[in-house]
Write a protein that binds this ligand. Structure first.
Ligand code: AMP
Length: 509
């Protein structure tokens, strides 16, 4: 098997007339892009990268709105042997300044409206060149690409060479650049195609951002290696998705997609009759969402688990029971173990501990942070994920939360997920987040932030009474607070750090 990811795309490429991006119509309408087009365009763009001084191993930092051209730019970087480094549009100039200083890209591609500010920053940080790329394929990058030759001899790359750097969201401490290799991308995409039965006949609804592993590597790489097509939406839009479902076969989404689609009465069996698979990940899918989706559409969502540093680790089965509230079995070729967080000793099945992962999917380390890398990868190659979980009797992996979200109260460990699941099961509750807040007596006080259904009147005392018989006393929240919704990032993850900041002095110690 070749290890150069673009080489792999080439060898598996369908007939060049086949669609890679199918026009979706509607507000975000863009022209179709065939496999032949992406070959030609990425060749032209790779020539431009070289003309701008990009050499093998150089970083190309990209902060642009989602567009098919941004995918072409990613492919051009692979071909030129450069590392593609996508950045969230939400980052401020101050945040960008850190990323640019840390990554030292040769070239920076930004949105046309940002050009002046980014050029100043680039001069300051010694970035060689700046180009612009707009949401509709406008900007200097595309203009300059037009004048380049389409033929390009792909730069040779080995399995462990860098293909991309993705910065982690960094909710605690500095954001770290995860170095993804050609082998990481190749092995994971091939594994997922098999596991999820993708073929060239698939049409994926792509409404995820492409600065993150989910939209870029899981969704796009799978489609590229399957020779399949995508309906490429600039952003999530429930009405657009409902309109496109009859033309699609699959969708990958974060749980919020499913929650929002369920709010539309048009979502039913007929609307999803053409679909073969709905996949969810990046944040926990509530059991309630899972069940409502099945009741309304007849489809059982397939939930999987991954992260920036490791691509995908585990998945519920395609054939076989898709168990709600779990992230399924380790993917073929991926080893997962649960260990004691302090000693690193593997724990017996059923016990909760640190999830550790080993396989060809695990990244090559953090960019310019050898100590962090050494601290998070064990000598036998297992990556310490930071997620706590357990395997049940049938071997399904359950995630109980991030290690840093564990609440330690009076010396006892409280896993937020256990308390949240009990609260979420009560009538009139939409969802909840359980956090630990500084508390003079207990160290941390278990605290629940709860979102009620419209019109529900269930109060703090009702919830505490209902939980009394279900949870040990030390797990009971000291306080239950109500909110209209929970703070979430773009990938649908509840931002517990924001809640901890917001309510930090509740027990004012
Ligand atoms: P990111 O690096 O942004 O992709 O975030 C990775 C983290 O998202 C993981 O370490 C998990 O904490 C969380 N995550 C991803 N998928 C799931 C899932 N299906 N259920 C629960 N948490 C998930």
């Amino acid at each position: 098997m070749t290890n150069h990811f673009f080489e792999l795309i080439r060898t598996r490429m369908p007939d060049q007339d086949r669609d890679f991006i199918v026009p979706a119509g509607g507000a975000g309408e863009r022209p179709r892009l065939s496999y032949g087009d992406i070959l030609t365009l990425s060749g032209r763009m790779a020539n431009l990268l070289v003309a701008r001084g990009v050499q093998p191993g150089d970083r190309v930092a990209v902060q642009v709105e989602k567009s098919p051209e941004a995918i072409v730019l990613y492919l051009a970087c692979l071909r030129a042997g450069a590392a593609y480094l996508p950045l969230n549009m939400a980052y401020t100039l101050a945040e960008l300044s850190y990323f640019i200083g840390d990554a030292e890209p040769r070239l920076m591609v930004c949105a046309p409206g940002q050009a002046a500010a980014i050029e100043a920053l680039a001069r300051d940080k010694g970035v060689g060149a700046v180009e612009t790329l707009g949401e509709r394929g406008d900007g200097s990058l595309i203009e300059a690409t037009a004048g380049q030759a389409a033929a390009f001899a792909d730069v040779d790359r080995g399995p462990n060479d860098l293909a991309a750097i993705l910065y982690t969201s960094g909710t605690t401490g500095r954001s770290k650049g995860a170095m993804l290799t050609h082998r990481n991308l190749a092995s994971n995409a091939l594994t997922l195609i098999e596991a999820w039965h993708f073929t060239a006949d698939d049409v994926l609804i792509h409404a995820l951002p492409i600065f993150h592993t989910h939209g870029l590597f899981v969704a796009t790489n799978v489609i590229l290696l399957a020779g399949a097509s995508m309906l490429f939406l600039p952003r999530f839009d429930a009405e657009e998705i409902l309109r496109l479902l009859p033309r699609a076969t699959t969708m990958m989404g974060v749980p919020t997609f499913y929650v929002r689609l369920l709010q539309h009465p048009e979502l039913d069996r007929a609307a999803t009759a053409h679909m073969r698979l709905f996949i969810s990940g990046s944040a926990p899918l509530l059991v309630e969402t899972h069940e409502s989706w099945q009741a309304r559409t007849g489809h059982r969502i397939l939930e999987r688990y991954g992260m920036t540093e490791t691509n995908m680790n585990s998945s519920n089965p395609y054939d076989g029971e898709r168990r709600a509230g779990t992230v399924g079995f380790p993917l073929p070729g991926v080893d997962i173990r649960v260990t004691d967080p302090d000693s690193g000793r593997p724990l017996p099945q059923g016990e909760i501990g640190m999830i550790e992962i080993r396989g060809p999917n695990v990244f090559g380390g953090y960019w310019r942070m050898p100590e962090k890398t050494a601290a998070e990868i064990r000598p036998d190659g297992f990556f310490i994920s930071g997620d706590l979980g357990r395997f049940d009797e049938q071997g399904y992996l359950h995630i109980v939360g991030r290690g840093k979200d564990l609440v330690i109260t009076g010396g006892f460990n409280v896993y937020p997920k256990e308390v949240e699941s009990e609260i979420d099961g009560l009538p009139g509750i939409v969802e909840s987040a359980v956090i630990g807040l500084p508390h003079a007596d207990f160290g941390e006080g278990v605290t629940a932030v709860v979102v009620r259904a419209k019109g529900a009147t269930i109060g703090e005392r009702d919830i505490l009474e209902a939980l009394q018989d279900r949870l040990a006393k030390y797990k009971l929240p000291k306080r239950v607070l109500f909110a209209d919704d929970l703070p979430r990032n773009t990938m649908g993850k509840v931002q517990k750090n924001v809640l901890r900041d917001q309510y930090g002095d509740l027990y004012s110690i």
